[in-house]
Design a binder for this molecule. Sequence first.
Ligand SMILES: Nc1ncnc2c1ncn2[C@@H]1O[C@H](COP(=O)(O)OP(=O)(O)OP(=O)(O)O)[C@@H](O)[C@H]1O
Ligand SMILES: [Mg+2]
Length: 330
Amino acid sequence: MASSDQIKALLKSFIDKDDSHFYSVIMQVAASEAQKGHIKFAEELKQLIDKARKEIPLSHIATERVPIPISQPRGELSNLLAVSFPSYRMYDLVIPKENELRIQRILKENRHLDKIKSHGLDSRRKLLLIGPPGCGKTMTASVIAGELGLPLFTLRLDGLITKYLGETTQKLRMVFDLMTEQRGVFLFDEFDSIGSNRSLLNDVGEIKRVLNSFLIFLEQDRSSSLIISATNFPQSLDHALFRRFDDIIKFDLPNSRQITQLLKKKLSNNVFDAIDLELLKKNMKGLSYGDITSICDQIYKEIILEGENAMNDQKAVSLIKEKSSFKKTV
Ligand SMILES: Nc1ncnc2c1ncn2[C@@H]1O[C@H](COP(=O)(O)OP(=O)(O)OP(=O)(O)O)[C@@H](O)[C@H]1O
Ligand SMILES: [Mg+2]
């Protein structure tokens, strides 16, 4: 059974509409149940949380908003675009203040798009996200969609070229047409893959055509949708591209303060009774947010399966080392 503190924390997170805290308290309950030997119950709780995180399209916060009719992309577009309704919120993101302010400004301008447009202006809708893997570019696109209550449409340009060689420009136009019909967040993910994908090297002419068309469509776009491109390698992008964006946000590996913030979000207090926070931080230097998140998930899985007593500094450090060496081999 959950302790009285945990029940109070659950109630508080419900009142505050703080989903991530709610999930984290349930994880604490799962960990303490596992410790008492109630492994099956703990596992069930963990599975329910995983399922809720993946499947619940909107948290109770978003359901208070006016629902937006979402048309699933039809016909050929359904092969090009993956659509989702992310439940991520700003509080899920650990980011430097400067980036937080930029994202808040983007959200504010897009929440008041009609007001801005009525004065002949446009909001910041065309964004370029740059940074190493696992630092939150895709997640930020999901957070923006989640905060604005908009569907997230994801498209990979290299997939577009491989699938529709010779007719990619026409397909791209269909995507930009959809932006006008259906307000959403359109994520052109892994933008760099278009320049680095070996299988596309024979199609240089086609790549140039697609990029040029993209630039023209981006420039001409007057829709209400947000257009986000994400890349690991800005140097592989044509500089002409940069001028077309309203905002460029740079992401980086977490510093020591951000590692602490992420760990506190991901791990509950009773885990910190078993593992030294400073030791975790020291060993996690140089890892991405994605790596740290997956180590935290692993720590919980070990606790659920082996009991809380099985988790200690040594075990945690070995999980971190395992992750670091795995990264070096891939
Ligand atoms: N800034 C962050 N704050 C909190 N969690 C994060 C952050 N960045 C990444 N994560 C976690 O790491 C996972 C992977 O991050 P994400 O997919 O956003 O990385 P990315 O920058 O898009 O990487 P890639 O370049 O490989 O596409 C996220 O699903 C999330 O769990
Ligand atoms: Mg990504």
